[in-house]
Design a binder for this molecule. Sequence first.
Ligand code: IMP
Ligand code: MG
Length: 211
Amino acid sequence: MKLFLTSFVEPDIYQKTLYPFEYEGHIDHLLIASEDIKARIKQLATVLHYDYKGKRPVLLCTLKGACPFYVHLMDALQEFRQGYEMEFVRASSYEGTCTTGKVRLSALDPESLRNKHVLVIEDILDTGTTLSRLIPCLKECCPASIEVVALLDKRLEQKKKKCSAKYIGFSVPDDFVIGYGIDYNQRYRDLKDICVISEAGIAFDSSNLPM
Ligand code: IMP
Ligand code: MG
């Protein structure tokens, strides 16, 4: 089944969001409210259930950013009585050997993907560099199939994208987004909505945050 449901999001359609007090001034504007994220995830789950009915895909969560998306997607799949397996991966570039284009995968048992239908659950697809390195590594684990489910896909010129996702939640403008698990220097994962960071947020010194 083809996914024709990509929602195009324009900025400034919402005025306010809730956030921890210490982030005052760090948000430029709210981009996608949590209710809209959850509604969209239900639509994604509908399509995934259609495509994977009778199968038990491995939902592979890319840590840490995709965690909230992962949890809500599993909730939505359970409503359809869609079975799945859970795996987690953390991808980081090999230190000093970036030129090899390889990533180090941790928290993943390669045997868990063998002959399985794998759905890589990603928070945000920007240039596709991360995925273009991750997917070949995952293919070495001999899965039956691999597809990518990305909550956000940044609107870039297509030629700047090294990789694309079959299932996409929202197509968003090319701004730096935070919240709903997505960070800037490990901050802002704890926002319930997806927002665009302000210049003050970018300039903020993390050591000023409470412990
Ligand atoms: P890509 O490799 O260019 O596709 O970027 C993907 C990764 O970069 C994401 O998984 C994020 O970790 C990070 N990233 C890209 N754009 C943003 C953003 O707007 N906010 C936060 N992280 C981002
Ligand atoms: Mg990610």
